[in-house]
Design a protein around this ligand. Structure first.
Ligand code: UGA
Ligand code: MN
Length: 321
């Protein structure tokens, strides 16, 4: 009699557990289940809220060139919420759709997953990793210039250290303009490659100066004691080369991010590859999207509450006051 009762209770227990598990599975996405803990000084990649679409998950028919036996390019893109974020990422993403064997690491300056960005990444159908990588509080509250995109890029580097074994890495801000040829120029980088970036400062360009294939100096509107006065978009790094430098990272020093990163890689100019036809071709521009103020309050009128405008309003980052 007692045994029967115990069996009954056990069965009931199992049933409750199974139903709870099924409900939990249905109610939360995988990403939501990866907890997001934030420690200002040390944040291993596992702790980040992360969305991933692996190469294998991308339909081969859609991207046939992804099967090509060529080095993978890991593009690390910092981003943050603002009215032009989705337009900027759409333009950039639709450029990247043309580039085979590319893994896009989109690292957002936020504590919380931005579902609009993840939706866009899913739609694009290219392999990606989405990371939430907030700027440390002490920099955010500081007045004056901030180390924009540094926590994002360092988290991207950490991800590359953990997941990549070969290929090339490239820092590509979300508001630049990219000719897809820039990716083919950097794809076979052996150590560090450099190339021109258009529309940087009032000099109009930032580039190494090359004569007869030999490095002469740097041309940039802001030298300021930098050993490597380059723009973030003007160099690419071989992944193996990077992996052999466990201390390589980007400093939180506004204006000196590129210089600090390149110095931490510890190389000489003799080792640099000057691609884009000895730096004679411009395939990337520091265009910058003009800042757009959030739209006026008219769309917030409650008479639109049950209409399409309510949905659009949310997408356009308009908060109802
Ligand atoms: C210039 C350089 O081109 C950047 O490489 C450099 O990181 C930046 O200056 C800087 O150090 O201040 P700029 O066009 O002035 O770039 O800067 P943004 O494009 O506004 O920001 C650079 C990247 O960081 C972008 O991808 C942006 O989405 C991201 N960002 C910006 C954040 O993640 N958080 C912010 O608060 C601002
Ligand atoms: Mn920019």
């Amino acid at each position: 009699m007692q045994r029967r009762l115990v069996t009954k209770y056990l069965l009931a227990g199992f049933l409750v557990m199974a139903v709870t598990m099924i409900l939990y599975e249905m109610s939360t996405s995988r990403a939501e289940r990866i907890s997001c803990s934030y420690n200002e000084n040390f944040r291993p990649v596992e702790d980040l809220r992360m969305h991933v679409r692996d190469q294998e998950e991308v339909a081969p028919a859609r991207r046939p060139m992804d099967n090509a036996d060529i080095p993978t390019i890991y593009v690390i893109t910092p981003t943050y919420k603002r009215p032009v974020q989705i337009p900027d990422l759409t333009r950039m993403g639709q450029t990247l759709m043309h580039v085979p064997r590319l893994h896009w690491i989109v690292a957002e300056d936020t504590n919380n997953t931005n579902k609009h960005v993840v939706e866009l990444l899913d739609h694009l159908g290219i392999p990606y990793t989405y990371l939430t990588t907030p700027m440390p509080h002490k920099f955010r509250i500081k007045s004056g210039s901030k180390p924009k995109g540094v926590s994002n890029r360092n988290a991207g580097l950490e991800w590359v250290r953990k997941h990549a074994t070969s290929g090339v890495l490239y820092f590509a801000d979300d508001d630049n303009t990219y000719d897809i040829r820039v990716f083919e120029e950097m794809r076979y980088t052996k150590r560090v490659s450099m190339f021109p970036v258009g529309l940087v400062t009032n000099k109009g360009i930032s580039t190494p100066v090359v004569s007869n294939g030999k490095f002469v100096s740097f041309y940039d509107g802001w030298i300021s004691h930098r050993k490597y006065p380059l723009d973030m978009a003007g160099f690419a790094i071989n992944v193996n080369f990077f992996l052999k430098r466990p201390n390589a990272s980007m400093p939180y020093v506004p204006g000196y991010e590129e210089d600090g990163m390149l110095k931490s890689l510890n190389f000489t100019m003799n080792e640099v590859e000057f691609v884009a036809d000895n730096c004679t071709k411009v395939y990337v521009w520091h265009t910058r999207t003009g800042s757009v103020a959030p739209a006026s309050r008219t769309i917030l009128d409650s008479k639109y509450d049950d209409t399409n405008l309510r949905v659009i309003r949310e997408k356009m980052l308009l908060k109802k006051k």
